[in-house]
Structure formats: structure tokens, C-alpha cells
Design a protein around this ligand. Structure first.
Ligand code: BES
Ligand code: ZN
Ligand code: ZN
Length: 470
């Protein structure tokens, strides 16, 4: 599917069908109101109606706000893909809603067909956006940037959706190397031997029972005069069986998505480099598989992390925080960044707290949380803050080590996981770090907004927006 922006009048564009957004108010005074009403179309949000004789597809909206435009576009693209039209045209409403249009088409029209031997045939080939606005250059820039971010989001989705027998830690290494080559990024890989030399005892323990070696991936995008230096850390559990604290069979299904933080971080650095942002971005990924076996790490083990902090393992399914503890430490030891952000499908508790659509954000800096809250509403990703407190912190106390990998009480699990990570943040970085729990928002089995079944690419639009406006 090609999407093109043309500097012309919509009437001058040749295409099989015109897409038109309508509010119920606009419907009332529309030339086609009678026939549309006969068809039962009330211009309700996300409802659609074809007028085939006239070559128009109407898509209902409650308002011209980006969120409404995005989801109405998703309804339109789904209807178009199911039709036999080969090309569509529509007018760019304004610069503010243009990204939402692109997200609707690209992300709402996304399919992952790698494993389908006979994917459904789609006739739709071309979508033409028309604008004859005076500030066409501005529109063109928005279009260009939004396409980069949407494609980076699809890149992230593809990796998340790839089956775990194919996307294991070593194939993630190969994929990162390829991205580095394509986008001219710096690339450093630490294999198990180096991880041992670097004393990454917590991360290594998690991956010990896997047949695939664990790896730390470090990609870097370094423009000439960066305004800021940003470190991104991603949880890359290519599979989370739970380890010896084995997950129940039904909870294990979908756990290929436990690498979504890493995949998101890869999409973010891809977008940053293609947008040519003047921000230096580093991506640190812990690529590990959590499995069972005779050499598996176990509840009761005490691990020595890279920082020297000892960790009592009470549940091998709380593995993400162990991997992140070492990768966060490594990232801070290697690089003096202005800000440090980690992305992880860390806890089921985050979904209990916020629902499956919202990313949980944790950290000490109100300013940073506020900046991301703005980036969230601008980019269309839902994020909400989960507050730390000292009472929850005490629940991580261990009788025999410096800290336990699970809290002693079951409530507030997303926050206690965040507080576990906080233990590994250097003093001078405490106000420069945020943790994003994407356990709910990174993967879905039901289509919602511009997300379809599978990986959503959570974090990519959010971070791209933040980095652009830093
Ligand atoms: N990867 C899971 C968290 C998760 C659960 C992500 C469901 C997406 C959907 C994580 O490693 C995990 O298993 N966490 C445990 C922590 C518990 C043992 C303290 C959890 O959330 O149950
Ligand atoms: Zn787990
Ligand atoms: Zn996990």
C-alpha cells in the first residue's frame, strides 16, 4: 500500500473512491443526506457508509480531534481493504490531524502475514492525500515525519509478532546488526563471555537454561551537535515461560511479547535516526530467554548483580527486573546520559492498575512525567503515572540478601517492580530516569484504536514525539 501526498486540489486527483469524514452536524446539511439516512448512516464515530454510485466512502466522526480522526480512519481503511477499490483519495483536513490520518491508514491497515500460506488478497494499492494549503511545506514535513514514525512502529510490531522459535536472543542480535547497517548506527554486542567479564550475574542467571545465549545489544545514533544524550533500555525477553516458577499454560500463551520493550527501543532509535533528530540516542537491550532445565536459576538463589547489590530470587517469573537491573547499571556505567528511559512488559499488575490500553510511567521527576504526559496526548498513546512511596519500597526487603526480586505483599505490583529498578539507578540519575511498564499496551488480542491483533509498537510514537520536542 502506497501513501502519497499531492500538492493539488482533491478534485484533480484520479482515484476509485473518495474518503470523506463527516460529523452528524455536517451530515444534516450534506447534499447526500437523504440517501445516507436511507442507508442508516448517522455519522456516528467509527461508522462508515459507501455511496458506490458516487464513488464516496463516508466515515463518521464525533469531532475533528486527532483521536477521533485516527479511529475513523481505521474504520475507513478496514472497509477499503475489504473492498475491491484499488485507489483512494482524501483531503488533508489540517496539519494538526495529518499524523492521525497516517497512523489510521498505516497502523490500522497493518497486517502480519509472515506465517499465512495464503494471505487475503488486498486490491487497494494507492492512497492519495491532497492538500492545496498555503503552508504546503509544513504539511509535507508533517507527512514525512509521521510516515517515518508509523513505519518504525510497524517495524517494532513485526519483531514482536515474530514467533519465539525464530526471534530468540541471537536472532535479535542479527536484527540489530542489520538495523545498525541500514541506518548507520553504532553497534556493540556483548555475548555471554563478555557479560561474565562485565559481571552481569543477574541477567546471566535468567538466561542460563536457554539453548540460546543471552546478549546485550548497544546501538547508538550520534548526530554532529546533539542537544541532549538519551539512553533507552529495553526488556528483551524473547520468551518468558516463567522459568521454574512456571507460568500456568494459559498465561504462557502470548509471552513471545515479553520482548516488546526491546523491540520498541529498536523502533525508537530507527525513527530518531531517520528523522535526523539532533539528539544522541543509545539503545541498550537485554536479549534473554527465560526457560526451565537442570541448570535453570531457581527460587532461593542469591544473585550478585553488576552493581554488586545481591538479589534473593523468590520467583523466577519476576525475571525482567533482574535483566533490567544489570542492563540499567551497564547503561549508566558506559555512558553519561542526560536522561535514561526504560521500556518493559514488566508486570501483570500494571494491567490490573491501569487496564490494558495504558502504559504505566514511574520515576521521581514530576517534570519528566509531565513532559511525557504531553507527548502521550500529542502522539495518541495513553500513559498514566503510578506513584512511588516508601511503604511499598519496604516490601522488597530480603532477610538474606540486599533486596528480594518480589514484594512480600501482592498489591501495588507494578510500583514495587518499578521500585526494584530504582535500586539500580545511580544517585545522580534518580531525577533523570523514568520506567515505562508496557505490559498491557504493547500487545493486544483485540483490535482497538489503530492497533490490530498482536504487537502494538507501544512507546515508538510516544518517544518520537518526546525526542522531537526535547
Ligand atoms: N512478563 C511478565 C509480565 C507480564 C504479564 C507481561 C502479563 C504481559 C502480560 C513478567 O515477567 C512477570 O511474569 N511478572 C510477574 C511478577 C510477579 C512474579 C512478581 C507478574 O506480573 O505476575
Ligand atoms: Zn516473568
Ligand atoms: Zn517477563
Amino acid at each position: 500500500m502506497n501513501i502519497k501526498l499531492l500538492n493539488s486540489n482533491i478534485a484533480d486527483i484520479n482515484a476509485d473512491i473518495l474518503v470523506e469524514f463527516l460529523t452528524s452536524q455536517e451530515l444534516a446539511s450534506h447534499v447526500d443526506v437523504r440517501v445516507l439516512q436511507q442507508a442508516g448512516f448517522k455519522a456516528e464515530q467509527d461508522s462508515i457508509c459507501f455511496l458506490h454510485e458516487k464513488g464516496i466512502l463516508f466515515s463518521g466522526i464525533d469531532s475533528k480531534h486527532s483521536d477521533d480522526i485516527r479511529s475513523a480512519t481505521v474504520s475507513a481503511i478496514k472497509a477499503l481493504k475489504a473492498s475491491s477499490y484499488m485507489s483512494a483519495r482524501l483531503s488533508v483536513i489540517n496539519n494538526e490531524t495529518l499524523s492521525a490520518l497516517i497512523e489510521g491508514f498505516v497502523l490500522g491497515g497493518y497486517e502480519f502475514n509472515t506465517y499465512k500460506s495464503q494471505p487475503k488478497e488486498i486490491h487497494l494499492k494507492d492512497i492519495f492525500f491532497a492538500s492545496n494549503a498555503l503552508d504546503f511545506k509544513v504539511i509535507e514535513n508533517t507527512f514525512h515525519d509521521a510516515m517515518i514514525v508509523a513505519k518504525a512502529t510497524c517495524f517494532t510490531r513485526d519483531i514482536v509478532n515474530t514467533a519465539p522459535q525464530e526471534m530468540h536472543p541471537q536472532s535479535m542480535v542479527e536484527l540489530a546488526k542489520q538495523l545498525a547497517k541500514d541506518n548507520k548506527l553504532g553497534c556493540e554486542i556483548l555475548q555471554e563471555k563478555e557479560l561474565e567479564e562485565e559481571k552481569m550475574g543477574a541477567m546471566l542467571a535468567v538466561g542460563r537454561a536457554s539453548i540460546h545465549g543471552s546478549a546485550l545489544i548497544h546501538l547508538s545514533y550520534k548526530p554532529a551537535n546533539p542537544k541532549k544524550i538519551i539512553s533507552l533500555v529495553g526488556k528483551g525477553l524473547t520468551y518468558d515461560s516463567g522459568g521454574l516458577s512456571l507460568k500456568p499454560a494459559t498465561s504462557m500463551v502470548t509471552m513471545k511479547m515479553d520482548k516488546a520493550g526491546a523491540c520498541g527501543v529498536l523502533g525508537m532509535i530507527k525513527a530518531a535516526s531517520e528523522l535526523k533528530l539532533d539528539v544522541e540516542v543509545h539503545a541498550f537491550i537485554g536479549a534473554v530467554e527465560n526457560m526451565i532445565g537442570g541448570n535453570a536459576y531457581k527460587p532461593d538463589d542469591v544473585l550478585v548483580s553488576r552493581s554488586g547489590t545481591t538479589i534473593e530470587v523468590r520467583n523466577t517469573d519476576a525475571e525482567g527486573r533482574l535483566v533490567l537491573a544489570d542492563v540499567l547499571t551497564y547503561a549508566q556505567d558506559t555512558l553519561k546520559a542526560d536522561y535514561l528511559f526504560d521500556f518493559a512488559t514488566l508486570t501483570g499488575a500494571c494491567m490490573v492498575a491501569l487496564g490494558q490500553y495504558t502504559t504505566g510511567v514511574m520515576g521521581h521527576s514530576s517534570k519528566l512525567k509531565h513532559d511525557f504526559s504531553k507527548a502521550g496526548s500529542k502522539s495518541g498513546e495513553l500513559i498514566s503515572s503510578l506513584p512511588f512511596n516508601r511503604h511499598l519500597k519496604k516490601l522488597l526487603k530480603s532477610e538474606i540478601a540486599d533486596i528480594s526480586n518480589t514484594a512480600s505483599k501482592p498489591y501495588g505490583g507494578a510500583i514495587t517492580a518499578g521500585l526494584f529498578l530504582e535500586k539500580f539507578i545511580h544517585e545522580d540519575m534518580k531525577n533523570r530516569w523514568l520506567h515505562f511498564d508496557i505490559a498491557g499496551s504493547a500487545y493486544t488480542e483485540n483490535a482497538w484504536d489503530c492497533n490490530v491483533y498482536g504487537g502494538t509498537g507501544a512507546g515508538v510514537r510516544l518517544m518520537s514525539n518526546y525526542l522531537k520536542n526535547i
